[in-house]
Design a protein around this ligand. Structure first.
Ligand code: ADP
Ligand code: MG
Length: 668
């Protein structure tokens, strides 16, 4: 249906819509708001902190455009209750034409630059007179040319009445799970009644989209060989007895994870499972239980970790909790003669449990009876490595673990057809970790705090992105920082750790830090994954903007492991809009899944799906806010649709048509 069939849409506006990739009324309905204004919450600027995103009322006094700088900027001088402030727009010269002196509602980020007063950056706005007619939560769309928010909103409400959005989730499943009708979801997203139903509606649309995408993968990929080859004799009593070896009671999440794994290993289907849970949710104990099931049944198990330090830590746990089995550790640092001996013990079956790094993937590591392969922090491993582990046994079961479900795991869901177990809770009585974004003027306070903590026996991690400094000196390096800290914290005992050190040196430093010989550890991200030092309570991250969100969250997870209050200080090295948005996403959430979602939203989908087609689809829904669980729900629904005898021929045809281009990806 042509856009010009809508009121107020002239051919000129039709062209403006085309610039936003909207060519029809159907496309328009799928053009999701880039943001929402909650008119029920207006904040005075004096109450806003640096980097807050607020809705505020003000008067625009005067507007200026600078077209000659590299980035054209529009500046408006504004006042609110007698206080002046400026609003600034980068790269949006057209804003000037829409902004005349008068009363407005502004929505955007506040910059409270020390000494320069308050500023709003790239705010969206609405004349106060018009805003009066609007109530509740209103959508904000990306604009182009002559389009205004008003024009789009009007066109949208008409379009919603004309377009019918077909659902491809079989009707029986829609009814069984009481899914919201899709038309209703679209209407809600474009004109929300309240926050809660808005997020339900967003999730519903995302569910439909992912359902179709996952179904397409399924059809294209065909069946997989998941016939169980390894037989497990371990009983549920064995597993319960094993769990009682731990000094703590398993959380509900851990218990049900162990249960799912047990049922899978006793079922006729081979296990190919992702165990996910936020940092600190206790995935390791679950993995140990799975390993126990394998060795108790008389088979071998292997546990791979991405770093030497982690492999050592896992080895120590395996030795502690499975003392009756022979545990062998194989890493890059293992001396050649010892390696040879261990490999022999693996192929003869003398070694029941093998623990190590990438070294365990090598072809010359041959098992006599491998039943289970566990990959810890699997986002560091490639897909090929994971399947090579499973090939080492005669159809070994595979358990991969991750605290960062996006993006690698997302692709694994599609490629590998993994089953998913999620640990949703965390062991109780953990003190929370407070995250703060620390600017230069607060450095002194921060160092004073750390010095005090060091004198009280609490430890601090310092992380920077690089080992050595670069020429521009824009990025803090561990070597520079090590020297700087030695001067700033003269009383503290400081250790240095980085990836260029030999593995044995790294281990020695790590052990010494754990053992209390040092107060501070200056390091690159080698400490990122899994390291567990309960009395480390502060994490300082330099050039935090250079790290991925999931990585920052992982790093933060290194503290707050004991019962003392912990802090994570994020030190931005560059002040950009994007950097701030990213760091705030980490600061404002302690939920790894939510952060993964933010990462997905900011980076779009195209990155990790590898094709433009799927990227397009994912980026279409990227403005919607929905929990990552939606993905897993979509997978479960798709599994159900394909197994419960529903007629999936139409669904299959539509899905494959829509995602034709995925064939290449799946088949290579
Ligand atoms: P992750 O899921 O991040 O890999 P770990 O397995 O390293 O988490 O566990 C984090 C910490 O929590 C460890 O010190 C572990 O001993 C502890 N832990 C695990 N499960 C429990 C539990 N049920 N109760 C108390 N502490 C637990
Ligand atoms: Mg872990």
């Amino acid at each position: 249906m042509r856009l010009t069939s809508l009121k107020f849409v002239s051919e000129k506006r039709e062209k403006d819509f085309a610039k936003l990739n909207i060519y029809s009324v159907e496309d328009l309905v799928r053009f999701f708001p880039r943001d929402y204004l909650d008119l029920r919450r207006v904040t005075p600027l004096y109450a806003a902190y640096h980097n807050d995103v607020v809705l505020t009322a003000c008067e625009v006094l005067n507007v200026e455009v600078n077209r000659y700088s590299k980035r054209p900027t529009v500046k408006a001088l504004c006042q609110q209750n007698g206080r002046m402030f400026t609003a600034i727009w980068f790269n949006q010269p057209y804003v000037a034409a829409k902004l005349a002196p008068g009363e407005y509602l502004f929505y955007g980020r506040v910059r409270n630059k020390y000494g320069f007063g308050c500023q709003m950056v790239n705010p969206s706005f609405e004349p106060a007179s018009k805003a009066e007619k609007l109530k509740g939560i209103i959508p904000v769309y990306t604009l182009s040319g002559s389009l205004t928010q008003g024009v789009i909103r009007t066109a949208m409400s008409e379009a919603l009445k004309k377009v019918d959005c077909p659902t491809y989730i079989p009707r029986s499943l829609c009814e069984k799970y009481s899914l919201m009708p899709l038309n209703e979801a679209y209407a809600e997203v474009h004109s929300p009644s309240d926050g809660e139903s808005l997020s339900k509606a967003s999730a519903r649309i995302a569910l439909e989209e992912y359902f179709l995408l996952i179904s397409a993968f399924k059809v294209i990929k065909g069946g997989r060989d998941d016939e169980r080859k390894v037989v497990y004799g371990a009983t549920s009593d064995d597993v319960r007895a094993f769990a009682s070896r731990f000094p703590f009671e398993f959380t509900e999440g851990q218990k049900s994870a162990v249960n799912e794994i047990y049922l899978n290993l006793r079922s006729p289907h081979r296990m190919n499972r992702l165990l996910q849970g936020d940092v600190g949710s206790g995935k390791t104990a679950v993995a140990l239980a799975a390993i126990y099931m394998a060795v108790k049944s008389g088979h071998q198990a292997v546990m791979a970790a991405p770093t030497e330090v982690l492999a050592r830590q896992n080895a120590a746990l395996l030795e502690r909790y499975l003392p009756e089995y022979s545990v062998k550790t194989l890493t890059g640092a293992t001396p050649a003669a010892e390696k040879k001996l261990i490999k022999k013990q693996i192929s003869s079956g003398e070694a029941a449990i093998v623990c190590g790094t990438h070294a365990v993937f090598r072809d010359d590591v041959v098992f006599s009876d491998l039943a289970l392969a566990v990959c810890d922090e699997q986002h560091r491993f490639g897909v090929a490595q994971r399947s090579s582990l499973s090939d080492k046994g005669n159809g070994a079961d595979v358990l991969v673990m991750s605290a960062t479900p996006i993006p690698r795991t997302l692709s694994l869901i599609f490629y590998g057809d993994l089953d998913i177990t999620t640990i949703k809770d965390k062991p109780r009585c953990r003190a929370e970790t407070v995250t703060a974004i620390v600017t230069e003027k607060k450095y002194a306070d921060m160092y004073a705090y750390i010095a005090k903590k060091a004198s009280e026996g609490e430890k601090t991690y310092f992380v920077c992105p690089k080992i050595e400094g670069d020429e521009e000196g824009t990025v803090m390096s561990v070597t520079e920082l090590y020297e700087e800290l030695s001067a700033k914290l003269p009383e503290a005992r400081i250790a240095l750790l980085h990836g260029k050190m030999s593995d044995s040196k790294k281990n020695a430093v790590m052990e010494a830090f754990k053992g209390g010989e040092y107060d501070c550890l200056v390091s690159t991200t080698v400490i990122e994954v899994g390291v567990d030092v309960p009395d480390a309570t502060t994490m300082v991250i330099y050039n935090a903007e250079r790290f991925g969100l999931a990585q920052l969250h992982q790093l933060r997870g290194r503290v707050g492991r004991g019962d003392k209050k912990s802090y994570c200080f994020l030190l931005p090295g560059a002040d950009s809009e994007e950097a701030r948005e990213r760091l705030n996403a980490v600061k404002n959430s302690t939920d790894g899944f939510e952060i993964a979602e933010a990462d997905l939203k900011m980076r779009g989908g195209g990155d990790f799906m590898g094709t433009r087609q799927s990227g397009r689809v994912l980026s279409e829904i990227k403005n919607l806010r929905f929990p990552v669980e939606t993905l897993f729900k979509a997978k479960a629904l798709s599994d159900e649709a394909f197994s419960d005898g529903s007629d999936v021929s139409l669904l299959s045809r539509i899905a494959v048509e829509k995602y034709e281009s995925l064939k290449d990806v799946v088949l290579n």
